[in-house]
Design a protein around this ligand. Structure first.
Ligand SMILES: [Fe+2]
Ligand SMILES: [Fe+2]
Length: 282
């Protein structure tokens, strides 16, 4: 069974800055995931993350509707998870003038997946380092939640858009362009749940030290924060999200999906007859 995925209209979040959006899980769960990537169409166009292999041909169509493949000069990889690297080799093939911006640990961690990433096209970017993409400077900034040690967000000081990798994500109940559309309380609950799932180490954080990391994000003075798994946040929404991040060191672990939840889903899908249960795990 394939996971249901639907492309949403591409969103312009800042001048020459576009988010290619997918909605995942319709019909399977009440809370849906988003899967975003970004294109910066400046003097030297940048593709930010490369989506999932599952929707390869549509993703390539949506992305290259924004920029001609031969015009792409940079491919930024926020980290090595498959929903970010799924079409990387295809983009490298179709965009021969593009340099891949990532870090060495990503090269190591993807080495078992197949062909090695092309070292001669590689630009290593570690936290705090910047590169110039034509008319703008892009800086690697580690986001406040992440699920891979390779994770770097990307801050564009021209548009003041911060690409937050997996961070600042939230589930949505349906197609959502802006968190202002969500029912009261929904964002708070699902945003915190998403951060806790992503970064289960939140319980062991020193709140004072963690606040220094959050202050670094505040100091970016971003106009837009958008990552791969939620609607773009604008203006004061960013501050609201950072205030929720401040709570993470004080919160208990996320509730996890359990066997009983799986069985409800299987019954819903008609895979397992109602009233039946699998043998309990020991
Ligand atoms: Fe990830
Ligand atoms: Fe992700």
């Amino acid at each position: 069974m394939d996971v249901p995925v639907r492309f949403l209209p591409t969103q312009t979040v800042a001048p020459e800055t576009f988010v290619v959006r997918q909605l995942v899980g319709e019909g399977l769960a009440p809370n849906l995931a988003m899967l975003n990537t970004m294109v910066i169409r400046g003097a030297e166009p940048v593709i930010v993350d490369t989506g999932a292999a599952l929707t390869r041909s549509e993703w390539l169509d949506h992305t290259f509707a924004l920029v001609e493949p031969e015009d792409v000069r940079w491919i930024f990889l926020s980290h090595d998870d498959t929903d970010h690297t799924g079409n990387l080799h295809q983009v490298l093939d179709r965009a021969p003038n593009a340099t891949l911006v990532t870090n060495w640990f990503t090269i190591e961690r993807t080495a078992a997946d197949g062909p090695m990433l092309p070292l001669e096209r590689l630009r290593i970017l570690n936290p705090g380092e910047s590169f110039t993409a034509g008319d703008r400077t892009l800086t690697a900034v580690v986001p406040p939640t992440f699920d891979s040690p390779t994770t770097r967000g990307l801050f564009d000081s021209t548009s003041r858009v911060y690409w937050a990798a997996d961070s600042f994500g939230t589930a949505v109940p349906t197609e959502t362009d802006d968190i202002a559309e969500l029912d009261p309380g929904f964002f708070r609950e699902t945003f915190l749940q998403t951060q806790k799932m992503l970064s289960p180490w939140h319980r062991w954080l020193d709140p004072v030290k963690y606040d220094r990391l959050l202050q670094g994000i505040r100091d970016l003075d971003a106009n837009v924060v958008v990552g791969a798994h939620g609607p773009a946040l604008h203006g004061r929404q960013i501050n609201s999200a950072l205030l929720l991040m401040e709570e993470l060191p004080y919160l208990q672990a996320a509730d996890l999906v359990g066997q009983a939840d799986l069985e409800v889903l299987l019954q819903l899908l008609g895979v397992m007859p109602a009233g039946e249960a699998m043998p309990a795990a020991s």
